[in-house]
Design a protein around this ligand. Structure first.
Ligand code: F0G
Length: 463
């Protein structure tokens, strides 16, 4: 039976549901935890009649695709956002409330021919989420959650971060006229990211701990002060972040790829992208699910171990350490959501070494695209998945590059100068990187010395 008009209008368009006990709520406490069991909430849409194929009320799958395509020519602020363009599958803001938007989303798909060759696959593409306004994927979730914070009249928003969430939050809070408080681990985030949160006016606290320690302090803080939490336990963040997968499917003319490969840190992004894929299938916008796989750094691999050693039934927090500082996380909040996504999409999990990450990052750079270290785990992981036969040579594969190359220039410079692993346990293995290294040359200021360099390079090439 289809819902009647009065059913549709009396039911809220979106509600919160606990992923563990199923408790349904229309409002969350400030820590965004289920008051009954302490687990996470997710947003769901009770008016969707997905299982009976009716979908979003009044809009079948073809009409939704058409509506979203038509908005690309609109100049209205919500339509120029690559997130709010998909607002039929997002929670509504109350009448009279506008989104805080920086025209996020709308990110490109790039071919990576050199990386494809290196991984041994025919073709490879990257969805570059580093091309967002603050140069990471976080903006797509921040536009939604920050808009809800403003709608609820919060003066302060806060997050614990490895640098990208904080940069994004600081920007959106500033645009929305709110104050922002950033808790970051001292000495463990890149300068690019730290400088962004300062520039956008956040109160930036470098705590003498790691990311997981910052999360602990923040959780306590939001229970004691009227501060809106903008970490990815906030389910409105994930609703915005999921639109990257919808935009990707649209870019592929709604023909799903075989594989989507994402980095795993706190596991909000993999959860969000997977949620979108499942919803798009339920709403009949796609006919099958791509496999979504998560790659972690060996030094920050609690999810890898949870899946491999405990069948995804439990997660044992670890002490995390990796130069890919964005994913230096030992106790990921959204691991249960991510585990369900792997199960639903038949994806897998892998881990990659520091050297593999560094080489993969340089290869992505050599395709003229570039990304930050955490994003490069995707390409490094792909190589392993191809070797294992999980990814086939002729399949369609999308890497999600989560952050821009300029987020962490220190890593790139050290890599090319050969300093990245000096004095570390990886020093010996680092010889594997020599082929990719292009240290800057210091020359006398005359044309002859530049010509000599060119001639030497040409001679090397032809020998
Ligand atoms: N890639 C980048 C560039 C990131 O900044 C992050 C997370 C991830 C991947 C992992 O995504 O946590 O959703 O699994 N950065 C967070 C931050 C933790 O605070 O900026 P995830």
């Amino acid at each position: 039976m289809n819902p009647t008009a009065s059913d549709v209008t009396s039911t809220p368009a979106s509600r919160l549901r606990c992923i563990n006990c199923g408790n349904v709520a229309d409002h969350a406490e400030q820590d965004f935890r289920c008051p009954s069991c302490g687990d996470l909430f997710e947003v769901f849409y009770p008016r969707w009649n997905a299982s009976r194929g009716a979908g979003v009320p009044g809009l079948d799958s073809q009409s939704l695709k058409q509506l979203w395509r038509d908005r690309k020519t609109s100049l209205a602020p919500a339509d120029t956002s690559g997130v709010w363009r998909f607002r039929e599958v997002l929670p509504d803001l109350k009448p009279g409330h506008e989104p805080i938007t920086l025209r996020e989303g709308n990110t490109p798909l790039f071919d990576l021919p050199r990386c494809a060759r290196s991984a041994g696959v025919d073709t490879l593409q990257a969805k570059h989420q580093g091309m967002n306004p603050t140069a990471s994927f976080k903006d797509t979730g921040m536009t939604t959650a920050a808009s809800f914070a403003r709608q609820e009249n919060f003066r302060w928003v806060a997050c614990a971060s490895t640098g990208n969430t904080s940069a994004s939050m600081a920007a959106y809070a500033a645009r929305g006229g709110m104050r922002s408080l950033v808790l970051i681990p001292e000495g463990k985030i890149s300068w690019g990211k730290l400088s962004q949160s300062l520039d956008y006016g956040a109160v930036t606290c470098q705590l003498r701990t790691d990311f997981d320690g910052c999360v602990r302090v923040l959780n306590d803080l939001v229970r004691r002060k009227p501060i809106y939490l903008l970490n990815s336990v906030n389910p409105y963040r994930l609703e915005g972040q999921k639109t990257a997968a919808i935009e990707l499917l649209e870019q592929l003319s709604w023909e799903p790829p075989d594989h989507i490969i994402v980095p795993g840190g706190n596991l909000g992004n993999s959860s969000a992208l997977g949620k979108a894929l499942i919803e798009m299938k339920d709403l009949s916008l796609i006919s099958r699910l791509p496999k979504l796989s998560v790659i972690q750094a060996e030094g920050a691999n609690p999810f890898f171990r949870s899946i491999r050693e405990h069948g995804g039934k439990q997660l044992i927090p670890t002490e995390a350490d990796t130069l890919a500082t964005a994913i230096r996380i030992g106790n990921p909040a959204s691991w249960k959501k991510a585990q369900r996504v792997l199960e639903a999409t038949q994806g897998t999990v892998e881990q990659v070494s520091e050297i593999e990450i560094a080489i993969a990052k340089a290869e992505i750079g050599s395709d003229g695209v570039g990304c930050e270290p955490a994003s490069a785990v995707t390409s490094a992981g792909l190589k392993k998945l191809v070797r294992q036969g999980f990814v086939k040579k002729n399949e369609r594969i999308i890497l999600v590059l989560t952050g821009h190359v300029l987020k962490d220039p220190e890593f790139t410079l050290k890599f090319h100068r050969g300093d990245l692993f000096v004095g570390s346990v990886h020093e010996k293995e680092a010889v594997a990187m020599v082929d990719q290294q292009r240290a800057p040359l210091v020359l006398d200021a005359n044309t002859e010395s530049v010509i000599r360099v060119l001639d030497e390079l040409e001679a090397k090439k032809s020998s």
